[in-house]
Design a protein around this ligand. Structure first.
Ligand code: THU
Length: 130
């Protein structure tokens, strides 16, 4: 699974977005360390804070199927530039030691960065050891 295939998976899952309130559809796909791929979309709720972002949908699907480590997360939306993941999703990515995040939009703009660039000075599992 290369980066373009992961973006295409995210694009496909975006079509399943449940976003009747914002009308902002987001898709995501994760590649686990053992080579499996899971897609997700944003799922909104009439009680707005209950909404789940696309990235966390995909991450939680992977983890609930047994994944312990996620290598890459791709995210796509109809944004002017590559779609950036929200802060809560960055923290969720840190928990599963994501290496790289691929940000994309429908026009074909793509930017790939290490998670450490998006979330420096991360609070993580290692901080809970002492
Ligand atoms: N959203 C995501 O799915 N991922 C993000 O990283 C940013 C925001 C969703 C949540 C909500 O359904 C819609 O986009 C507007 O905020």
């Amino acid at each position: 699974m290369d980066d373009n295939e992961l973006i295409e998976t995210a694009r496909k899952y975006r079509e399943r977005s449940y976003s009747p309130y914002s009308h902002f559809a987001v898709g995501a796909a994760v590649l686990t360390a053992d080579g499996k791929v899971y897609g997700g979309c944003n799922i909104e709720n009439a009680s707005y804070p209950v909404t789940n972002c696309a990235e966390r949908t995909a991450i939680f699907k992977a983890v609930s199927e047994g994944a312990k480590k996620i290598d890459t997360v791709a995210i796509i939306a109809d944004t002017p530039g590559p779609c950036s993941p929200c802060g809560m999703c960055r923290q969720a990515m840190a928990e599963f030691h994501v290496d790289n995040v691929i940000m994309a939009n429908l026009k074909g703009d793509v930017k790939k960065v290490p998670l450490s660039e998006l979330l420096p000075y991360t609070f993580s599992d290692s901080d809970m050891e002492g």
